[in-house]
Design a protein around this ligand. Structure first.
Ligand SMILES: [Zn+2]
Length: 346
C-alpha cells in the first residue's frame, strides 16, 4: 500500500483497472468451480447440506455474496455466455442473480418457462445495466415479480425477515389477527402474531405421537426406496405423511422382504419401529448424522442440518441391512440421497 502513494494519477488508475480485470476473471473462475462442486455433490461429501452453506461456512462468503454467486452459476448452466460477460465486465453478479431469480419466480409463480433463446436474449438486454434498471425492466415483463425472501440479523436478539405476501395470505393474516387478538393482546404487530402462531403450532406438533417424523418437513416429498414384490427394487417418491403412515401401520410395502431375506427364509420389515426411531432421534439430537469421510479443514465435518430429516439404513435393507438402532441413522434429505447414490440405489 505504501508504494501506491508514489504512483502518479494515471498509474494509479491503470493499476486499479488491472486489479478489477483480475477480480472479474477470478469471479468467473469461482463460478465455474462452484458449478463443478455442485455437479460432483462435493458439498454433501464434505458434510454440508447445500452449496450455499458451504459457500458461507467454508469459503467465508456472506449470505448475500454466496446467494449472488450460486444464482449466477445456475444461470451459466443455461446461458454459458454469462461467464464471459461477467469476466468482461458487461454483466454484474447482482444483475445476473436478479435475472436468475426472475426466471425461477416466473417458472414457480407464473408457470412460465423461458426457452434457451429467450434466456439468452434476456441476459443480453441486461448488459451494462444496474440492478435497479434490471429490476425495473423485469417488472415491465412481469409486474408480479416477487423479490426473494430475506433474513437480515439486526442484533443477537432480532432478525429482520422480509417477504412478500400474496392477497390470500394477507387476508388470512388479517383474519388471524382478529381471531387471535385474545392471545396477542394489545400488540397487533405481525411479529407478535407469528410468535403466537409458532407457539401454537409447535405445541400441537409436540402432542403428536411420533417424535421422529413430525419434526421433519411434512409438506415436501421425500425420496424413499421401497421394495416391489414383482419387480425388485424400485424408487417411489412419497410424502412424509405417507412415509409416517407407512411406518406406523406396517403396510404391505413395509412388509416386503429383500431377495437375500427370501433366500435365507428370514422375515423382517424395512421400517424402523417407533422405539428405534425415538432412540435414533435422541442419539442424533434431531440433527443429520452424516459425517464427512475426508477432513477439509477443521476436522471431519458433521452435517448441521435439521431440515427434512429421514431415517436411513446404514446398510440398505435391500442389501440385507437390519431395521435396528445400530443400523439406523438420521440424515437430511441431501445426505440421504447422497449416500443412496453411493449404494447405487438412486
Ligand atoms: Zn446432512
Amino acid at each position: 500500500m505504501h508504494e501506491l502513494k508514489h504512483l502518479s494519477q494515471s498509474e494509479l488508475l491503470s493499476q486499479t483497472k488491472v486489479a478489477i480485470q483480475n477480480e472479474r476473471k477470478a469471479t468467473a473462475q469461482i463460478l465455474l468451480c462452484f458449478r463443478e462442486i455442485e455437479s460432483r455433490l462435493l458439498y454433501a461429501e464434505v458434510g454440508f447440506s447445500s452449496l450455499h452453506e458451504m459457500a458461507v461456512k467454508y469459503f467465508g462468503y456472506s449470505e448475500g455474496a454466496a446467494h449472488r454467486r450460486i444464482s449466477t452459476m445456475r444461470l451459466i448452466k443455461d446461458v454459458p455466455t454469462v461467464a464471459v460477460a461477467i469476466e468482461a465486465g458487461d454483466l454484474s453478479l447482482s444483475v445476473a442473480s436478479t435475472v436468475q431469480n426472475f426466471l425461477r419466480a416466473e417458472a414457480r409463480q407464473n408457470k412460465k418457462v423461458y426457452s434457451l433463446n429467450e434466456k439468452n436474449e434476456l441476459v443480453n438486454s441486461m448488459k451494462h445495466k444496474s440492478k435497479a434498471e434490471c429490476e425495473r425492466d423485469l417488472r415491465k415483463i412481469s409486474p408480479l415479480l416477487i423479490r426473494p425472501e430475506k433474513e437480515r440479523p439486526i442484533c443477537d436478539e432480532f432478525t429482520q425477515i422480509t417477504f412478500q405476501a400474496n392477497k390470500k395470505l394477507l387476508e388470512n393474516l388479517h383474519q388471524l389477527k382478529g381471531r387471535l387478538a385474545h392471545r396477542t393482546g394489545s400488540d397487533s404487530s405481525y411479529a407478535k402474531l407469528f410468535m403466537v402462531m409458532s407457539e401454537m403450532v409447535l405445541a400441537q406438533i409436540d402432542r403428536t405421537p411420533n417424535p421422529g417424523l413430525h419434526k421433519n418437513s411434512v409438506a415436501r416429498p421425500a425420496k424413499e426406496t421401497v421394495i416391489s414384490p414383482s419387480h425388485g427394487i424400485v424408487d417411489k417418491t412419497i410424502s412424509q405423511n405417507e412415509l409416517k403412515s407407512s411406518i406406523l401401520s406396517q403396510t404391505s410395502f413395509a412388509r416386503q422382504t429383500s431377495p437375500e431375506r427370501l433366500l435365507s427364509g428370514a422375515t423382517a420389515t424395512r421400517s424402523f419401529s417407533r422405539a428405534v426411531q425415538r432412540m435414533v432421534w435422541k442419539r442424533s439430537g434431531g440433527q443429520c448424522e452424516f459425517v464427512a469421510e475426508g477432513d477439509v479443514g477443521a476436522g471431519r465435518r458433521r452435517c448441521a442440518s435439521k431440515w427434512q430429516l429421514e431415517f436411513d439404513h446404514l446398510k440398505p435393507f435391500a442389501r440385507g441391512g437390519e431395521s435396528i438402532a445400530e443400523n439406523a441413522r438420521l440424515l437430511c434429505r441431501v445426505h440421504n440421497q447422497f449416500v443412496a447414490k453411493d449404494w447405487s440405489l438412486l
